[in-house]
Design a protein. Structure first.
Length: 82
């Protein structure tokens, strides 16, 4: 599979997972910024993201992306040092 075997594929996976993690951080930053403008809006967002099934699946997805990002970072580092 080219995502694992080629250098470009590995860098594509690394950049894609990194972009997803940055978007995750931006989302949470915007969510926390809502507190500056309205406490009710912040409480609504927190209720929506509480312990719903989609929030749990999203959390598992983020954990998977972090794992993929770390594994590919190690693979690229080893390849670059070889």
């Amino acid at each position: 599979m080219w995502l694992k075997d080629s250098s470009i594929g590995r860098k594509f996976v690394m950049s894609s997972s990194g972009l997803a993690l940055v978007l995750f951080l931006l989302f949470h930053g915007c969510m926390n910024l809502a507190l500056v403008f309205s406490e009710d809006a912040y409480n609504f967002i927190c209720r929506m993201l509480g312990a719903n099934w989609y929030a749990l699946i999203g959390s598992m997805g983020i954990a998977f992306l972090v794992l993929v990002h770390f594994v590919y970072a190690i693979m690229l580092t080893v390849q670059n040092r070889a």
